[in-house]
Design a binder for this molecule. Structure first.
Ligand code: WTA
Length: 639
């Protein structure tokens, strides 16, 4: 463990940060109303928070304010910097590159917004966006925001079933998809997967139209009356579109994420609070300036992509880079070339990417200039001190601050972090809470832990970026997040606070597995496996993995012993969830360790799968204590 600040510093926090923390503490209402001035409002809010974590739970920010998110990201920048680059799109093939100015991005967003209005999309309607990393992905999100439609961005790696589940739950009326997406040498059949998904929705589908973006120009089946060419439709429209004036608490988007139980949860983010949080955090955490070329490598279908590919940098008037491809394709170090070619100044990525880069020869990163870089960031999983230092030394050339940012889909933006120029980094620790963020660590009895210690990571007060609810299920929202530590929001993570007040994230304490930054609910995996009729039951758990952080392991109990085909389990997961969730390893076992009341003891499965066989604890409470020794033997045999 590294305890000294790195690089060495006497004072880990700036005066500015200290001042912000004090002001936020002294008068939160005044502080957050002042932060709202980052945005352009049609009606200024007179109140900041009307949130309450007790009773039915309410998350409410700037409720009397009115604004439009797309106007905030575009129109006000068109006024004074129309020719500045808003979006640089870099394709994965050399020569595929486009620089889109604020004026041009505004025009393209308006054309598409007009198309959506013509197709009957109204304020509050949901529009699903299912695109790879192309400019149209950003344009589609902003076009929805412009007319008050709620965007639901769906990951390109979801299976047809995964898409269908989210289309049905959200009730999307229009879908924007690609003909075919590129992923390194592979082609991903976006349109045909979407066709299948809509078919699976059957009578429950609300989808009236599908707009198809010609990403590769491939010939794809088009259903008459329903499917339309994106290019042909936008060509019919004018580059201007009046924005819908929204209430601050109207939803800007829904985003699905995995939890410990059941189906994916559609988190609902607000227009005003979310946008204030995107602006505040992007500026403070990354020390971002409008002159920065800001590259957040996340896919736009994750919250990181929403807040730091799209809304944060654009609301603050910067230039975003959208890169289509993989880190090391067609050659190792491709992303370093992308940084050099586009003069990227802020680079925000994941520990998985850094761990993969560390495995390459050091000459790969050392042969690139990387002199445009100013600030580095990571997100999504804990980063080891070794990886942090490698990132700092090799990519940042010992000159760029590294910010390890802890946050979640639910929080809308960064919560605990170092801040470039304002809060010194410490390798392996996430850092300090941002001003106004009331982090607490709680013990198993629900008591707050003071000073140094380890506990459940909770938030005692709302913050502007907090999701307001779960789509059409406020009760599930309340139960999921506000019952473990009553009166607090519980994150699902554990953390440790050190003597300097820095937080070290220890990982999920619930049944969520974090594979390369992808949040995967074990229940989703088990539901998919249950579709295989040769299976009696299964249990999915996470185990430590060198490259992915965690890997998914599934224990399967087949109906008939002997001729069970474990690859069928992979197929069931690929079909039910998506290829990205296919387990690393499947163990075929005769039974699972259970309590006498029949509850699967996952703690034991995690230890057995990780070959961590010390301290197995008291086994006498199991219905069949002998099963543990048998599982240990079977796992060793099957490895
Ligand atoms: C994990 C991504 C350690 C954590 C923004 C959290 C992290 C989950 C970090 C949220 C970090 C995120 N250090 N763990 N810096 N950042 N996590 O919703 O377990 O996709 O609960 O949001 O990722 O994942 P999500």
């Amino acid at each position: 463990m590294v305890d000294a600040f790195f690089p060495a510093t006497d004072n880990p926090v700036s005066d500015r940060y200290q001042d912000l923390v004090q002001r936020a503490q002294r008068d939160p209402e005044e502080f957050w109303l002042a932060q709202a001035q980052r945005l352009a409002w049609h009606t200024q809010p007179m109140h900041a928070s009307r949130s309450d974590f007790t009773g039915d739970v309410r998350v409410s920010w700037y409720e009397d304010g009115r604004l439009n998110a797309a106007e905030n990201c575009l129109d006000r920048h068109v006024l004074y910097q129309p020719d500045n680059a808003a979006l640089i799109w870099q394709g994965q093939e050399d020569g595929h590159r486009e620089v889109i100015s604020y004026r041009e991005l505004h025009a393209r967003v308006c054309r598409l917004a007009n198309v959506l209005r013509r197709l009957g999309v109204k304020k509050g309607d949901r529009v699903a966006i299912h695109l790879p990393m192309v400019a149209e992905g950003v344009i589609s999100m902003l076009a929805c925001a412009r007319i008050g439609a709620v965007h639901v961005v769906l990951f390109g790696g979801f299976s047809a079933e995964g898409l269908a589940e989210r289309l049905t739950d959200s009730g999307a009326v229009v879908v924007i998809t690609a003909d075919v997406a590129r992923r390194g040498p592979k082609k991903i059949p976006s349109k045909t997967t979407m066709d299948e998904a809509i078919k699976l929705c059957g009578a429950q589908s609300a989808v009236r139209n599908v707009l198809v973006v010609p990403v590769t120009g491939a010939d794809v089946p088009m259903q008459k009356g329903r499917d339309l060419s994106y290019t042909a439709e936008v060509a019919l429209e004018i580059p201007d579109c009046p924005a819908e004036v929204m209430n601050a608490c109207d939803p800007l988007f829904l985003l699905y994420t995995s939890g410990s139980t059941g189906r994916p949860k559609g988190l609902v983010h607000s227009t005003g609070g979310y946008l204030v949080w995107a602006s505040f955090t992007q500026e403070l955490v990354f020390d971002a300036k409008p002159t920065d070329v800001f590259w957040c490598t996340a896919d736009t279908s994750w919250i990181t992509g929403h807040t730091y590919v799209v809304y944060g940098p654009l609301v603050n008037g910067g230039t975003i880079l959208v890169y289509e491809g993989l880190p090391s394709w067609p050659q190792p170090g491709r992303w370093w070339d992308v940084i050099d070619q586009n003069q990227v100044s802020v680079f925000y990525t994941s520990p998985t990417v850094i761990r993969a880069a560390m495995r390459e020869d050091d000459s790969v990163v050392q042969s690139r200039s990387l002199s445009s870089l100013r600030v580095l960031g990571t997100v999504g999983e804990p980063i080891s001190p070794e990886a942090w230092k490698w990132f700092y030394a090799e990519v940042g050339r010992n000159a760029c601050p590294v910010v390890d940012t802890w946050w979640q889909t639910e929080t809308g933006g960064v919560m605990i972090t170092a801040c470039a120029q304002n809060v010194a980094g410490k390798p392996g620790a996430a850092g300090l809470p941002l001003p106004g963020v009331a982090v607490t660590l709680t013990d198993a009895k629900g008591q707050d832990i003071e000073g140094e210690g380890e506990g459940l990571l909770c938030l005692a007060q709302s913050w502007p970026g907090q999701a307001m609810t779960l789509w059409q299920d406020h009760e599930r929202f309340r139960k999921t997040y506000f019952t473990t530590c009553p009166g607090h929001y519980f994150s699902g993570d554990g953390a440790r606070r050190d003597a300097t007040g820095y937080y070290w994230i220890t990982g999920r304490v619930d049944d969520v597995v974090n594979v390369s930054g992808h949040r995967i609910g074990t229940a989703e995996i088990e539901d998919a496996v249950a579709e295989d009729h040769a299976v009696v039951e299964s249990a999915a758990v996470g185990v430590p993995h060198d490259l992915k952080g965690q890997a998914l392991v599934v224990f399967v109990v087949p109906k008939a012993e002997g001729a069970f085909d474990a690859t069928a389990v992979n197929k069931a997961v690929a079909a039910g969830v998506g290829r990205y969730a296919v387990p690393e390893k499947i163990y075929v076992v005769p039974d699972l360790p259970k309590t006498r009341s029949g509850k699967i003891v996952r703690r034991l499965l995690r230890k057995i799968a990780a070959n961590d066989l010390d301290n197995m604890g008291d086994l006498s409470t199991l219905a069949d204590p002998d099963i543990v020794a048998e599982l240990i033997k079977l796992v060793a045999q099957q490895n």
